[in-house]
Design a protein around this ligand. Structure first.
Ligand SMILES: *Cc1c(COP(=O)(O)O)cnc(C)c1O
Length: 484
């Protein structure tokens, strides 16, 4: 396959010794790409936004995306593809079995991840469903730093329990720590002693820790978790959705990695694990897709059978050949140093600028998103009056920006018997940054909008539910503003 490998777009050059020397004296963050094809976005008037908000019952999930100027709802599947990826789409071979697109995809995954058995899936959660169906049974326990919500749901669907063991700093929004996504290794040892090794079919490590604020995991922590798992014979799987961003944070923040290339850091990370699940909608720089990978022939055999049952033949796994091409190329582009430098610097710039003006955020800014602490932003709006929802509405009202509430609307519950509402432990608003989509002036516009809302925060009121579904209510709930 060596000759077919699409690699021309990844320059093979020395790793940059440090961010500072790479950029020399220049401070401006520039996008390391130029624009070949443009997609218009629409400015709306304040009166139009007011009308759209009312029609959507103040739930931004119910807006039409055409009415959104800057869409920071998610970084999942929203990446812009490169010209190389589009070229790969044309090369995509749609043979049912044994397509060369599959072999290019498999080669890219094996080259970076180092695992022997690789199966494509239609997205990350399909990989999780197959992995946990094979590995877990009722009564089992699956530890992770923090399980992503689809990961938790798929673990629990098998009757096993999903346990989060992130370090204590990872639960404190304002505390600064270079690797807030780390797993508490002592807590992992305690859990194994408590429930017994035979109840733990596998251990997960999410890099970066999405549900924990997009915070990275250090190589030292991967090594330590791996050592504990290996000592007890527990397979370690990496939830690898943002492996490129995690590799970049290791390069920036961990001693001994400044001169290493992101691809070598990624390879070292995966060498400590026995397998991985991946959503290619994140650091695959693709709009759809995922995969599952491991070194265990027996597990792979069972996965293959399940894959055929729900996803398709093992050389396409629910994807078109052209998607496999886009992922094969995207995985390598996600490790490009110029790209990662721009990506992380731009997210950090957004976090730093609003934070410097007093806006309370989860510190430090994550790789793919900035999280605003809405409870601290609006201290006069109690959690029961949905401060995160109020902020999400104001960002759209102010500037046509769409963010997502990660607080009581998403994680609180109404008791069906009493009608009593419970609140979430934190009231966050996430600004997730799509990859390669927005420019630095878009980011400046977002900063300005947030600061405008911050300036008039005392006048903002809370919201109440007028309608809500019993499950995953944030997608469809309807709201009304409280007070005048
Ligand atoms: C997005 C995500 C998933 C699930 O992937 P999908 O492609 O959305 O199914 C799993 N884990 C993490 C950490 C994620 O961010």
């Amino acid at each position: 396959m060596e000759n077919n490998r699409p690699r021309a777009h990844i320059p093979r050059r020395q790793s940059h010794p440090s961010t500072a020397s790479q950029r020399g004296a220049m401070k401006t963050i520039i996008e390391p790409f130029r624009i070949k094809s443009v997609e218009p976005i629409h400015l709306t008037t304040p009166a139009e936004r007011e009308a759209r908000l009312r029609e959507a019952a103040y739930n931004v999930f119910l807006l039409k995306s055409d009415d959104v100027l800057i869409d920071l709802l998610t970084d999942s599947g929203t990446s812009a593809m490169s010209s190389e990826q589009w070229a790969g789409m044309m090369r995509g071979d749609e043979s049912y079995a044994g397509s060369p697109s599959f072999y290019r995809f498999e080669q890219a995954v094996q080259d970076i991840f180092g695992f022997k058995y690789v199966f494509p899936t239609h997205q990350g959660r399909a990989a999780e469903r197959i992995l946990f169906s094979v590995m877990c049974k009722p009564g089992d326990v699956v530890p992770s730093n923090t399980h992503f919500d689809t990961t938790r749901a798929n673990v629990e669907f098998t009757g096993a329990k999903a346990v989060d063991l992130v370090i204590p700093e990872g639960r404190q929004p304002a505390t600064i720590h270079p690797f807030k996504g780390n797993m508490d290794v002592a807590a992992l040892e305690r859990l194994i002693a408590e429930v017994g090794r035979e109840k733990i079919p596998l251990c997960m490590l999410t890099v970066t820790n999405n549900s924990g604020g997009g915070q990275p995991v250090s190589m030292a922590n991967v090594r330590a978790v791996s050592a504990v798992c290996r000592k007890h014979g527990i397979p370690l799987y990496i939830d690898a959705c943002r492996f490129g961003e995690n590799a970049w944070f290791i390069k920036l923040r961990e001693e001994g990695y400044a001169d290493k290339a992101p691809i070598d850091i990624a390879r070292e990370m995966f060498a400590h694990a026995d397998g991985a699940t991946m959503s290619a909608k994140k650091d695959g720089l693709a709009n759809i897709g995922g995969f599952i990978a491991s070194n265990d022939a027996q597990v792979a055999q069972q996965e293959r059978n399940l894959l055929i049952l729900t996803e398709g033949f093992p050389t396409y796994g629910g994807l078109a050949g052209r998607d496999l091409e886009a992922i094969a190329i995207g995985l390598r582009e996600a490790l490009d140093e110029d790209y990662l430098l721009y990506r992380i610097t731009s997210t950090t710039y957004l976090g730093r600028h609003i934070s410097a003006a007093g806006v309370p955020i989860v510190q430090p800014p994550g790789g793919h998103a900035v999280y605003i602490d809405a409870a601290a932003f609006f201290p006069h709006i109690p959690p029961a009056e949905l401060p995160g929802q109020a902020l999400v509405v104001e960002l759209y009202r102010e500037a046509g920006i769409r963010a997502v509430e990660i607080g009581t609307v998403m994680f609180g519950k109404r008791d069906p018997a009493t009608g009593q509402e419970s609140t979430a432990p934190m009231e966050l608003v996430r600004l997730a940054i799509p990859r390669r989509v927005y420019t630095q002036s878009h980011v400046d516009y977002v900063v300005e909008a947030i600061l405008n809302v911050f300036g008039r925060r005392d006048a903002v009121r809370g919201y109440r539910f007028t309608e809500q579904a019993p499950f995953l209510r944030h997608f469809t709930a309807r709201f009304a503003p409280l007070g005048g």
